[in-house]
Design a binder for this molecule. Structure first.
Ligand code: SF4
Ligand code: SF4
Length: 377
């Protein structure tokens, strides 16, 4: 079966599945987490050889090593046979010249002469003000006129008023939003998608599986989806949901396991849009899942590192894993066994993590909640 593609600007064929290089597999080296090149390279090769041609990275992913890894993994393929998307860390800008300076570092890391899809990373009020203050769009237009950028876009984490302001301020080639069947209503992904569609801006979808949460829902919800398509994964429903929307250019999946890569490739290669009946099943499963008291953390790790050493995404994932199965006793038993250095009670309440969390989670309050939960044994 052949990878399905979407048409971009009536000329490019973009694979409807995009490879997100933000959660690559890691190994320990000299006590540090580094990209497991052997495994990650296998993912890229499998994806590329099965028709994926859109590879998404960012200045900050894996501390800059995601870009370097992509350079090494993709260099055996002709440069014109794939598209690279990369993002400017808006929060790092201190002056107008920083845009070009950081962009040149990215070209160097990627080992390329140009970036196909270049995004202002994580626009919301603060980062968009940075863009206005430092004339970022104008600099990107200049780089585009020099052939160093092909298309200009942005990734987005804020409300629909903010999105309207952004799309009305500049001309954009594309935009990246968080969309999945949970966030369609809860984070108004629907409103965001509609704004882009009305403006004729193609949407790139991030977090279609909500950081892995929609790959395994909860008892009852899993059975609804499995009952309808026994031989398909739970994650495949989430990928198909996002890919079924007509204004979607590509659905990004941050794949960290080869089974995710093969499953996502199979889902889009044998793509079947979600039917009306299936949409009803998805709503039923989502309603059941919402009744679980989960923390809406996607595991993106933008909040890390924490100055007090708290491993925020790990703690939230652990809580969610137990909460999903209504097994709070399991959580209370396992939490005390964690390394004390990463636990929530080390939090000094600086609030830095909350400024960076795209899901607007009240992280300090949630950490207190987890601590309290385990104290009340
Ligand atoms: S508020 Fe707490 S958890 Fe968040 S960055 Fe500061 S110390 Fe770390
Ligand atoms: S708490 Fe927020 S920033 Fe941190 S990993 Fe979760 S979603 Fe990402």
């Amino acid at each position: 079966m052949k990878m399905i593609t979407s048409k971009f600007k009536d000329s490019l064929d973009i694979s409807l599945l995009g490879f997100g290089a933000m959660r690559l597999p890691q190994i320990k080296k000299d006590g540090k987490d580094v990209i497991d090149y052997e495994k990650a390279r296998e993912f890229i090769e499998y994806a590329y050889e099965n028709g994926v041609n859109y590879f998404d990275t960012a200045y900050v992913y894996h501390g800059g090593f995601s870009e370097v890894f992509l350079r090494d993994a993709l260099k055996k393929y002709p440069r014109e046979s794939y598209y690279i998307a990369d993002k400017l860390p808006m929060w790092d800008l201190k002056c107008e010249e920083d845009t070009e300076r950081l962009f040149n570092i990215q070209l160097e890391r990627l080992g390329t002469e140009y970036i196909d899809f270049y995004l202002m990373h994580s626009l919301g009020r603060y980062n968009f003000d940075q863009a206005l203050k430092y004339n970022v769009y104008e600099t990107l237009k200049k780089l585009q006129s020099q052939g160093k950028i092909k298309y200009i876009g942005f990734s987005f984490h804020d409300n629909t008023d903010m999105l309207t302001e952004i799309v009305n301020t500049y001309e954009w080639d594309f935009a990246q939003i968080q969309l999945n069947y949970l966030d369609w209503e809860t984070q108004n992904a629907k409103g965001q998608y509609e704004i882009l569609t009305e403006k004729g801006i193609p949407a790139i979808i991030m977090e279609p599986v909500r950081g892995g949460a929609l790959a395994n829902l909860c008892e009852g919800a899993n059975e609804i989806l499995k009952g309808a398509r026994p031989d398909k994964s739970i994650a495949s429903w989430a990928i198909r949901y996002a890919a079924s929307l007509p204004n979607v250019m590509t659905v990004l999946s941050g794949m960290s396991d080869i089974t995710q890569v093969t499953d996502n490739v199979a889902t889009i290669s044998g793509f079947e849009p979600v039917t009306d009946e299936e949409m009803e099943l998805i709503q039923k499963a989502a309603d059941l899942y919402r009744k679980r008291d989960n923390i809406p953390c996607t595991g993106c790790a933008y909040c890390m590192p924490c100055p007090a050493g708290v491993d925020i995404p790990r703690l939230f994932k652990m809580y969610n894993d137990y909460s999903m199965n209504l097994n709070m006793n399991g959580f209370k038993n396992e939490y005390p066994k964690l390394d004390d250095n990463i636990k929530g009670y080390n939090c000094i309440k600086c609030g830095a993590c909350e400024d960076l969390c795209p899901q607007s989670i009240e992280i300090r309050a949630k950490l207190d909640f987890l601590e309290d939960l385990c104290r009340k044994q």
